[in-house]
Design a protein around this ligand. Structure first.
Ligand code: PLP
Length: 245
């Protein structure tokens, strides 16, 4: 095993241990939490090393960058590729044709486009609805900051459920950036309450997935019910910002 593979594997296993400990501490089964390793901005070599380290689920933020990696690493077909970043409508086809899961469905317009392209590609795409629970202007997702206005979300949720080629599985959020992990807790709780609210209104659709928590706050997210955590820097290191990957 190369040094890079070894180092990624150690960090990945440590994150899994931390997740298991947080789950058990909260009375949850650790098997109910899946770790998405976020490789955005990392080179194909780093992503290959992550796969060789035994990582089964990779998360990417930018459709073109993700598709380039997926196509460079096609022989690793057992890996699941999750899109976790904002998808512009004109990138819907790339996502529909290449990714296994979308965490960041943030508009009905995008949902309809994805549904059409999935239909043409004869694929079903599992999706999560992204909610902006902190109410920040800069964040994508349906604004769910004001609990007294959650009923305004029901029309779009119902419309997504009705799309035949998308399979709605649950909810996702990115809380506002805070100084400590505890800062995220009320936002994770709010997403959990929203899950309960929507599940009661759409009992025929299982909305059991909750994607929340990154390097800085994933243990808190697990305590609050996350079924997916999305961890980048603490497994694959600092992001590699540059124009090409
Ligand atoms: C980058 C990113 C992550 C991972 O963040 P880290 O702090 O590197 O763990 C998680 N979720 C989303 C949506 C991201 O864009």
């Amino acid at each position: 095993m190369s040094e890079l593979v070894q180092s990624i594997r150690e960090k990945y296993l440590r994150a899994l241990e931390n997740i298991a400990e947080a789950a058990r501490g909260a009375g949850r089964d650790p098997a109910g939490v899946r770790l998405v390793t976020v490789t955005k901005t990392q080179s194909v070599d780093v992503v290959r090393a992550a796969i060789e380290a035994g990582i089964p689920i990779l998360g990417e933020n930018y459709p073109e960058e993700g598709v380039m990696k997926i196509q460079s690493l096609l022989n690793f077909s057992a890996v699941e590729w999750h899109m976790i970043g904002h998808v512009q409508s004109r990138k819907a086809q790339l996502v529909a044709e290449n990714f296994n899961f979308l965490h960041s469905l943030d508009s009905l317009k995008l949902a309809k486009k994805l549904d059409r392209f999935c239909g043409e590609a004869a694929r079903i795409l599992p999706v999560l609805l992204e909610f902006n629970v902190g109410g920040e202007e800069s964040k994508s997702g349906w604004d769910a900051s004001d609990e007294s206005r959650w009923s305004a979300l029901l029309g779009d949720v119902s419309a997504v459920i009705a799309l035949p080629n998308l399979q709605l599985r649950g909810l996702m959020t990115m809380p506002p950036l805070g100084e400590t992990a505890e800062f995220s807790r009320p936002f994770f709780r709010k997403l959990k309450r929203l899950q309960t609210y929507l599940q009661e209104r759409f009992p025929q659709t299982s909305l059991s997935e909750l994607s929340m928590g990154a390097s800085a706050d994933y243990e808190v997210a697990v305590q609050e019910g996350a079924t997916f955590v999305r961890i980048g820097t603490s497994i694959v290191g600092a992001r590699q910002y540059k124009t090409e990957v």
